[in-house]
Each structure stands twice: as C-alpha cells, then as structure tokens.
Unconditional design. Structure first.
Length: 154
C-alpha cells in the first residue's frame, strides 16, 4: 500500500490529484480528463511564464517546487510567438488577449495588447478577443499601459 499523499497539480486551472511523484505527460493528461491523450499537448508552466512542452512518456518531478502548473491544448502542433520581444511557444493556432497579457506578466486591468503588423497599423486585441498564430511568419505582440481614468474628476 502506498502511504504517500497524492500530489495536487493545476491543469488549465483545475486542481488534479496524482499519486505518482514522477508522473508522465500521459498520466497528467488522463488524470485531468484529457483523453485520448494522444490528441492533446501538455506543457509545464514555468515560474518565468514560459511553457515547456512534455512528450507523453516524459516524466515530471512533481515534488519539485514550481512544477505544479500545466496547460493543455487539443492540438497536434505548436506555434512560436513573441510578446514584448520574449519568445514563447503555444499549443493552439489562436491565443486570447488575456493569455497574451499573462505571458507578458502585466496587470490585465491596466495593460492593453496589440499584434504587430508589418507595413500597416498594429491591431489591438481587446479583452475577450483572440489573435491568430496561423500566419506564415512568427507573430509578434506588445503590451502597453492602457488608458485609465485615474485622476479624472467625476
């Protein structure tokens, strides 16, 4: 009988219990209800907000601090993007404004996000909207402090 307590990890915001301290990508996907696992990608969310993609049979040491968060996508490919000149990999051909702000590490209530457009006007990505990563080249985004009403007279 295993006397070890299960490890609790967060998968797409959902708390999931896993008994194996060296669970594989497959085991984490199954525990989170992402089946069949071959149709999903899983990435460990690192403390610096980067995503490290796991192979299905690749183990993760769940006892290591900072290894508790994972993100999944029902997808068979990855996409490279830049947010504020920092490279990220993503598991879906679309990404939300909220996810872009989270990758940038900015306060979503105080910052806006835009998609850079070569030889054109940059496109704002409003809250709740998605940007496509399926273009021919690497997509680039930037954040900037949005307009505020601080100091405004009522």
């Amino acid at each position: 009988m295993n006397s070890m307590s299960p490890f609790v990890v967060r998968v797409d915001g959902q708390l999931v219990s896993i008994a194996n301290p060296h669970a594989t990508g497959r085991e984490i996907l199954v525990a989170a209800g992402r089946v069949p696992p071959a149709e999903y990608q899983i990435a460990q969310v690192l403390p610096n907000r980067q995503r490290e993609f796991l192979r299905l049979e690749e183990p993760v040491d769940l006892a290591t601090r900072g290894s508790e968060q994972f993100q999944t996508w029902k997808s068979d490919r990855t996409f490279r993007l830049f947010v504020d000149d920092i490279q990220f990999d993503w598991g879906s051909e679309k990404i939300s404004s909220e996810d872009l702000k989270e990758l940038a590490g900015v306060d979503p209530a105080k910052f806006d996000v835009w998609q850079e457009v070569m030889n054109g006007d940059d496109l704002p990505i409003p809250p709740g909207a998605f940007a496509s990563l399926a273009g021919r080249s690497v997509e680039r985004f930037f954040t900037a402090r949005g307009s505020t009403t601080e100091g405004a007279c009522n």
